[in-house]
Design a protein around this ligand. Structure first.
Ligand SMILES: [Zn+2]
Length: 247
């Protein structure tokens, strides 16, 4: 590898800042720029110093240097989250190419989960390439497992679509979205069949935990729909890390 693994930790807040731009723009179908370009409040063009992730927020104490408007927690939060993903992979992954691949996977899942949490939609623009990427990584590093992983992707998709159809027949509304099925297909493509039941169970537990916390914090009714994507993405990511060195 040309770059040492710790470079990922340096790059993470910058990538996180860019993921923030994606999360803000993709769901609205707005064109994606390389970086946040202007203050949301006063429209002043941001200089390079205003765009240093985390540091600029800390130095300016969370206010725009031009108009004094509060910048809000969103950008520092996504930058910190992206850094956390890189740090967790740095300590859990065996290093080398797998470190980079797992970090990229973690960032893609973080972005998908965040968009789902805000909009109740897992974007195809992330889930579908993740299926292909999982098959591609398997093809290169575990070529003997490629058919098993492809079958796991198909089964993961089919299982969630079937569950949703059953739920719909019983309750008359959707339980799991098509986006959840595509994300489980991606998990199958990356992990193979054996870990999939654990991913689904883990996601279920995380999801139940989220409902309990959310209903305590906001008085949300228990039967209120919650996005399942974040729980599924977290379980998928942890299962990938738990698999350790592959290939
Ligand atoms: Zn401003």
């Amino acid at each position: 590898m040309i770059f040492p693994d710790w470079m990922m930790l340096l790059a993470a807040p910058v990538i996180g800042s860019w993921l923030g731009v994606l999360i803000r723009r993709w769901p609205q179908g707005r064109p994606v720029a390389m970086a946040r370009s202007a203050c949301d409040a006063c429209g002043h063009r941001l200089g390079p110093l205003d765009m240093i992730p985390l540091a600029s927020f800390a130095l300016l104490r969370g206010h725009c240097r031009y108009c004094g408007a509060k910048i809000g927690w969103f950008y520092p939060a996504i930058e910190l989250a992206a850094l956390s993903v890189a740090a967790v992979v740095y300590y859990a992954s065996p290093g080398g190419w797998q470190n980079w691949i797992d970090t990229a996977l973690g960032w893609a899942l973080l972005t998908a989960a965040w968009i789902d949490a805000e909009t109740f939609r897992l974007p195809d623009i992330i889930t579908l390439p993740l299926i292909l990427a999982g098959l591609g990584v398997t093809w290169v590093y575990q070529p003997g497992d490629i058919y098993g992983h492809a079958a796991a992707a198909a089964l993961g998709y089919g299982a969630f679509r079937l569950l949703n159809a059953a739920y719909r027949a019983l309750k008359g509304r959707h339980g799991l979205g098509a986006g959840d099925a595509k994300l489980l297909a991606a998990a199958g493509a990356w992990l193979g069949l054996a870990p999939l039941p654990y991913v689904v169970m883990g996601a279920g537990l995380v999801g139940i935990g989220m409902v309990v916390v959310a209903s305590r914090a906001t008085g949300l009714r228990r039967d209120q729909p919650i996005p399942f994507g974040p729980a599924l993405a977290l379980a998928f990511f942890l299962a990938r890390l738990a698999a350790g060195r592959v290939g």
